[in-house]
Design a protein around this ligand. Structure first.
Ligand code: FAD
Length: 426
């Protein structure tokens, strides 16, 4: 082993950037963060970038700058494989096309590469639907939305959008799109809201299956009031250029089609030198977050599959769970490094603490349930739910920037709302 333990973290999303920042600040290990992108964004905001109600350039964290300030190294590149025997991770660097992949040696490898929507192989989805699983896709969706909007500015015509997936992502995206179109009406096209046909399609019996039934009903009512057509119990069997085809043979016409259902691990995990994977491709980890077949590889966040031994339930693929795992790992690895017994040190088991679930419907409404560890449980709605939703992001920013700069970014965002238009016009 080198003088200082070499910790390589692949994936600088919600979980990975927090681990890199914390271990880098500790200064006791040689920490490298690798990501296929050059900047981090808070994934739960992607639907707002897609709709144009928030601007990504204000919310991005540049990996190079974050690394410089916090004592770690940033290596751009997409993970393409690992050699477990030699303990080396292979990364493909876009700018270095034609050159062999970069190889980085590790003593401990932390995989935090997130997840994607799962189209379950439904015919036509890959060719005809958009997804919003990363910033590039959210920006692409926004560009498509803008084209459809510009085409309808003067001549009229319907703007038909259909979203598959009635979980938090689909519900929040539907509300955000409605909000964006209402705002755009003030900029020269007052009849635009009346020409939007927005359909939300869910195969299960109700929206927001992870939330209590009362919240599902309330969200359904708010969306109906906003003239979003909600189709529950509707199984999509195919997509084509003109829309979605349902199991009962009916068709939902849509020029813009979004797939926001299901969760699966990125394909690259399939080729990782024999590591155990779950049915949806996540790396199976032990309670201490180490992968079952290799204790020098840890997985966390959406790309890890863990059943909490205390509750017997799977840890959900949410930002809340990803942050808790990142904080657990950073705290205990930091302590092990201070004792000098990394990487063989035993890490204590991770236990997920359900602090509640919150869904925010743009400026219209929001609901949440608090876990029993948060003020003894309870419900939130309206403004309090929307503010609590925002708070999870602000806590993440404070974790990355420290209390002073983190609070300043919050204040700057609020000032920006006073200056800039409430919706992207470019
Ligand atoms: C629109 C939307 C809304 C959401 N809203 C909420 C919400 O309100 N509350 C909530 O709790 N959760 C929400 N989620 C889920 C939440 O965003 C995820 O659970 C969370 O981001 C998982 O964190 P992570 O660190 O595991 O992965 P991510 O945050 O997805 O980060 C993965 C990182 O890995 C990088 N990466 C991927 N593949 C490679 C590769 N091959 N090589 C190198 N780097 C790679 C990516 O660039 C990215 O930086 C939402 C998700 C979406 C899409």
């Amino acid at each position: 082993m080198a003088d200082r333990a070499r910790i390589v973290i692949v994936g600088g999303g919600v979980a990975g950037i927090e681990v890199a920042t914390s271990l880098g600040r500790g200064g006791r290990a040689d920490v490298t963060l690798a990501d296929r992108s050059l900047s981090h964004v808070w994934k739960p905001m992607l639907h707002t970038f897609a709709a144009g109600t928030a601007r990504a350039d204000r919310q991005k964290v540049d990996f190079f700058a974050q690394a410089r300030r916090n004592g770690f190294r940033f290596q751009p590149g997409a993970l393409v494989g690992i050699d477990r025997e030699a303990r080396r991770a292979r990364l493909a660097v876009e700018a270095a096309e034609g050159r062999p992949a970069v190889e980085i040696a590790y003593d401990l490898l932390v995989l935090a590469v997130g997840s994607r929507a799962n189209d379950f192989g439904t015919p036509g989805v890959a060719e005809h639907c958009l997804t919003i699983d990363d910033l590039t896709e959210a920006e692409h969706f926004h560009a498509q939305l803008r084209c459809h909007l510009l085409a309808r500015l003067d001549g009229g015509g319907l703007l038909e959008i259909a979203i598959v997936g009635g979980g938090a992502t689909g519900v929040e995206l539907a509300a955000e799109l409605k909000h964006a179109i209402n705002l755009l009406a003030a900029y020269g096209s007052p009849d635009l809201p009346g020409r939007l046909r927005l359909t939300l399609i869910e195969s299960g019996p109700r929206l927001l299956p992870a939330f209590p039934e009362k919240v599902s009903r309330a969200a359904g009512r708010t969306l109906s009031d906003l003239a979003v057509e909600v189709r529950t119990g509707a199984l999509v069997t195919a997509a084509d250029a003109d829309g979605f085809i349902l199991k009962d043979g009916s068709r939902i016409p849509a020029g813009l089609k979004v797939w926001a259902a299901g969760v699966k691990a990125p394909d690259v995990l399939a080729g990782l030198d024999g590591l155990e994977r779950s049915r949806t491709g996540q790396l199976v980890v032990r309670p201490d977050l180490r992968t079952t077949r290799d204790s020098s590889i840890i997985a966390l966040g959406d790309c890890a599959s863990l059943t909490d031994p205390r509750t017997g339930k799977p840890v959900p693929a949410t930002a809340q769970a990803a942050r808790q795992q990142a904080q657990h790992l950073a705290r205990h690895l930091g302590r092990a490094l201070a004792r000098g017994d990394m990487p063989a040190a035993d890490l204590p088991p991770f236990h997920y603490v359900e602090k509640g679930a919150i869904v925010s419907l743009a400026d219209f409404n929001g609901w949440g349930t608090l876990g029993r560890y948060t003020f003894g449980g309870g419900r939130l709605n309206g403004l309090s739910a929307r503010l609590t939703h925002d708070l999870l992001y602000r806590q993440h920013q404070i974790g990355l920037y420290g209390p002073l700069r983190g609070t300043m970014t919050w204040v700057l965002d609020d000032l920006d709302h006073l200056i800039s238009p409430p919706v992207r016009l470019d």
